[in-house]
Design a protein. Structure first.
Length: 190
């Protein structure tokens, strides 16, 4: 798997150069413009095309895809954009660390997770980690975030390969399909 990181602030002065139409500019955030422009450039380079030849479409659930490369995922948070490109299904999510209210934890965590998060050494890190695992999982599935309480972080980690990295002011997680017969690959790095 390849993960690419882009700082949005590095593109602030060049947004008009990123092959974005006025309609796209009005519909999308600065983060999305940098993310999709960067993805098009990465895929163009990888497949020997020009960025203008790369079409990013969305399926009926809103999951982005490209006929050249089926397995990619995009996330953005704060000043960061991450793009994961893989040889099998992948989901990626990044979230800024912030103070989390207990009622949000109770509304969005699976019942087995609530007490664990509330009693952890740092409930903010625990919650954001859980959130990024679940959002990356839903991106991998291509369903959009449906019911965060329906599946636990532990269940996702049992069934998929999950890598979580603490990147200073944010947390980055990738979830990929596990190869048949392989053992779980789960990591958390600081």
């Amino acid at each position: 798997m390849e993960i690419y990181k882009f700082l949005i602030s590095e593109y602030a002065d060049r947004l008009c150069e990123l092959s974005v139409s006025l309609a796209d500019w009005q519909k999308r955030s600065r983060q999305s413009i940098v993310a999709y422009s960067s993805l098009k450039r990465l895929l163009a380079e990888k497949y020997g095309k020009s960025a203008d030849e790369i079409d990013i479409e969305r399926d009926k659930n809103g999951k982005p895809y490209c006929d050249l490369c089926s397995f990619f995922s995009i996330t953005h948070t704060g000043d960061y954009v991450y793009i994961a490109i893989n040889d099998k299904s992948v989901g990626v999510d990044a979230e800024m660390l912030r103070d989390i209210k207990d009622n949000l934890i109770k509304k969005t965590a699976h019942t087995e997770e609530v007490e664990s998060i509330l009693n952890s050494d740092d409930k903010n890190v625990s919650f954001i980690t859980m959130w990024t695992v679940k959002e990356a999982y839903f991106k991998l599935k291509g369903t959009g975030i449906t019911d965060l309480c329906a599946i636990s972080e532990n269940e996702i980690r049992r069934r998929y390969d999950v890598e979580t990295t603490h990147c200073g002011d944010h947390i980055l997680t990738t979830v990929t399909k596990r190869s048949i017969g392989s053992s779980p690959k789960t990591s958390a790095r600081r």
